[in-house]
Each structure stands twice: as C-alpha cells, then as structure tokens.
Write a protein that binds this ligand. Structure first.
Ligand code: GDP
Length: 444
C-alpha cells in the first residue's frame, strides 16, 4: 500500500464555469467527509455508493445534488475525496463551493488535485503531464495520443529502459565489490546493452518533433494582394463565415485567426487585404508589412493570386517576401479562366475545386510524419531529460569500446538513471514540479 502524504483539505469547482447540465465540486483531504457531513442531508457516507440529497446552509436549501464519496487510497488524489454533482449553473456551483470553504476546506491551487495524485503515487509524472495534454488537446487525435500516455505508455517504456541500465550497472558493481566471486561483465556485453538502450531512447526521441507539432498545432497564413480571394479561402477552409467577404477591396481590416482540426490543429491566419482607398501607397506598405509579419510568424504560408488577373508586380513583390519560407503558391478563381499553365496549383473557392487537395498539401507540407508513427508523445522537459540520458549513455558506450575501467563506466550509468528518474518524477525538484502543475487549471 502507498504511504500517503498528509495535506490539508482542498476544494474547487471541477467543471467549467458556465451554464450546463451538471456542475461538479471536488473536495480532497482528510476533512472531506467531515465537511460534507455538515452541509449534506445524508450522513455516515460509505465509499463506492452514490447519495441523493440536499446541500443546505443551516436551514437554507442550496441545491439538490448527488454525492460521490471515495475513501483513501482509492480516489483520484489518493486521499479521501468527495464529489458533489449539482445543477450546472454558475452561481449554484459557486454557492456550494463557498459553503465547503466556509466549513473548513481551502481553495485548491492550479493542478493541485493531480499534484497530490502524483505525490501520493497514484500516477507518475509522465501520466500527470498527460492529464494536462489531454485537457488542452486542440485536436481529437492528440487527445487520443495523450490518453495513451495517461495509461502509462511512456512510463512503461522508460521503466523498461531503466531496468536494462540498472541490470548492467548491478553487474558492474557486483564485479567491483566482489572481485573474488563475481566476474566483471564482458565489454562486448556492455557495448551490446548500451547500444540497445540508446536505440530505445532514439526511438522515443524520433517522435519529439511530431509530438510538438501535434500538441501545439501549426500556423498557416494566407497571404496575397487585396481581392485575390484570401477571405473566401479562409471561410471555405473553415466552413464558416468568420471573415467577411465582399468585392470591395480591403474588407479584411485585421488579422483573423481560427483553428481547424485537420488531425493536426491548423490555425489559419487571414492576413489583411488592407487597402486604404485614400492612400494607395500606404496600403501597399501595410500589406507588405503584414505579409512580412505573417512570413515570420507562420509555419506555412499559402500565397494566393488571382487567375483572372495573373501575377502582377504587386503579387511578385509579396511573393518575394514569403518564398523563402515553407509555402504553397495557389492560383484562385480558376473558374474564371479557360487556359491553365502546367505546374500551377489552381483552386476556386467559388466552385470548391482544388480545396480538398489544398487541405492535404497544407498538412503534408508541415507534417512530414504520419500520425500512426508517433508512437510516444513527449514534451520539452521529457526530451531534455532523454537527451541528457543519451549523452551519459554515449559516454558509457565510448568508454566500454575503449576498454576503460568499469568503475568509471558506472558513474555515467548512474547519471543516465537519474535523468530517466526525472521523467517519471522519482527524482524531481520542487521548482520543476511547481512549473508543471502551474500549467493546469484550477479543479484538476
Ligand atoms: P481578399 O481581399 O483577398 O480577402 O478577397 P475576398 O475573399 O474578399 O474576395 C474578393 C472577391 O473575389 C469577392 O467578390 C469574392 O466573391 C471573389 N472570389 C473569391 N474567390 C473566388 C473564386 O474562386 N471565383 C470567383 N469567381 N470569385 C471569387
């Protein structure tokens, strides 16, 4: 059984504040049952049952609720936990939370429930981080990937690699400590063992770039002269009428952003087709400034020009600004022309021609990986630990190849183990821990 740490009792609203069917207030800590006893119509609650009754403030009825009691260690945090499921109105949940606080709990900090779950060994740090990923997932596919980590995929792999290194280290230490009885492991054995661990680490690291893209998504800027159809394309891609389309040049006055779930979260940026009719010179200046800015900000640029007009000097000027970045050059309004030039990418937001292909190309251009190949989802912190572990193991490998003293090799192996332990949170500083849980929301 786990040795649980002693904490005070915390409470928070666990569901988003808004109007909905159900709102949940969560209480965790040694006083959860005692506090609930003071405000709930039913008493002597047993874990594993659901109770229906009323929350009251003295004689005043506050809401009709369901109460779910959990007894330590069989709860999310590992502590005694009470969940109060009430009606999902902003002020209903606030009233109940106030009452819980008034009766002895304190407001939970960001991520404090999950932090307690980690400290009480209900999950390792990679799983706790997966909780944050899951909640914040911008796409359905990333939510599924995060669920995999929540189930412990990364933890299991790290534990397996750790086991291999630990085994080899034990053999080395046994050889050093008991030279009469135990033979030092062969150098060929050490080399083989380190190469295997390195290959495993490399496999996880090979998913780092795609992990990042899947977590953060990509930014795609639609760039071009006024009136070439940028806003129309933006709307077509989003299937909405978010940007206003008119045939008066310069309708899009601001940069508009909207995120699209294309397995990868694609944030489309409709840059200004800004045109100030009083001052054409200034317009071009602003247009160019925006194009430059987008070129800087975006991961991919979709440069658009008008098929019925052809590539004008202004088009060329804008294209020159963006062509050094990953980009797609698109000819819109192909419904208006008869003859097409070989090699150009024609679309029409009016007829829908080429739009599906454009979506495919946007994805392929930035994501040179397949979603199925992203076996492990990692974050920057984990990648950093893995790279440091890799460095220590490489030192150990080189030392083994050079036939150096095994005592020296064991030092590198010990540091490799520490870096792996940082990933799962076996070894961790308060600063790193607080940094991780600060990114959670209250109530999680
Ligand atoms: P923006 O200034 O680049 O954002 O251009 P808009 O999206 O506002 O479009 C300018 C005009 O071109 C509008 O009248 C649109 O209806 C029209 N337009 C956009 N795409 C197409 C297209 O594929 N074919 C045709 N025929 N007209 C289009």
């Amino acid at each position: 059984m786990n040795i649980l740490q002693e904490f005070d009792t915390i409470a928070a609203i666990a569901t988003p504040l808004g109007t909905g069917g159900v709102g949940v207030i969560r209480i965790s800590g040694g006083r959860s049952f005692e506090i609930t006893d003071k405000i709930f119509s039913k008493h002597n609650l047993e874990a594993g049952r659901i109770y229906h009754g009323w929350i009251s403030d003295a004689e005043k009825k506050v809401d009709e609720v369901l109460v779910l009691p959990f007894k330590s260690p069989h709860s999310y945090t590992g502590e005694d936990v009470i969940e109060i499921h009430c009606h999902g109105g902003v002020n209903v949940v606030k009233n109940i939370l106030s009452l819980v606080l008034k009766n002895g709990a304190r407001t939970a900090e960001r991520g404090e429930f999950t932090k307690r779950a980690f400290l009480n060994k209900k999950m390792d740090l990679s799983q706790a981080e997966a909780v944050a990923d899951l909640i914040h997932a911008k796409t359905k596919s990333f939510a599924l990937q995060s669920a995999k980590n929540l189930s412990g995929v990364l933890r299991d792999k790290i534990t397996e690699i750790r086991g291999g290194i630990f085994d080899t280290l034990s053999k080395i230490i046994a050889g050093i400590d008991f030279p009469e009885d135990v033979l030092e492991p062969e150098y060929s054995y050490l080399i083989e063992s380190f190469e295997k661990s390195l290959a495993d680490i490399d496999r996880i690291l090979s998913c780092a770039k795609s992990s990042n893209i899947l977590r953060q998504g990509i930014k795609v800027a639609i760039v071009g002269r006024p009136n070439v159809g940028k806003s129309s394309l933006f709307n077509t891609l989003l299937n909405t009428n978010r940007a206003i389309v008119t045939d008066i040049a310069g309708t899009t006055r601001d940069v508009i952003k909207e995120t699209l779930d294309m397995d990868v979260a694609v944030t489309l940026i409709d840059t200004a087709g800004i045109r100030d009719t009083d001052d054409v010179g200034k317009v071009e200046e602003i247009g160019i400034e925006y194009s430059k800015q987008s070129a800087h900000e975006a991961d991919l640029i979709v440069f658009v020009y008008d098929a019925s007009v052809g590539m004008t000097e202004e088009d060329k000027e804008i294209y020159a600004l963006v062509k050094h970045k990953p980009h797609l050059k698109i000819v819109n309004k192909c419904d208006l022309i008869e003859n097409r030039t070989e090699g150009e990418f024609y679309i029409s937001t009016a007829t829908g021609e080429g739009i599906d292909e454009l979506k495919e190309q946007i994805k392929n251009k930035v994501c040179d990986f397949s979603l199925e190949d992203t076996e492990y989802i990692t974050n920057e912190r984990q990648v950093d630990c893995l790279e440091k572990c890799r460095e220590s193991l490489t030192n150990a490998l080189n030392a083994a190849k050079a036939g150096e003293l095994q005592d020296l090799i064991s030092i590198d192996l010990k540091s490799a183990l520490l870096f792996l332990d940082e990933i799962t949170g076996e070894v961790i500083t308060d600063e790193i821990l607080n940094n991780i849980f600060d990114h959670f929301c209250i109530g999680k």
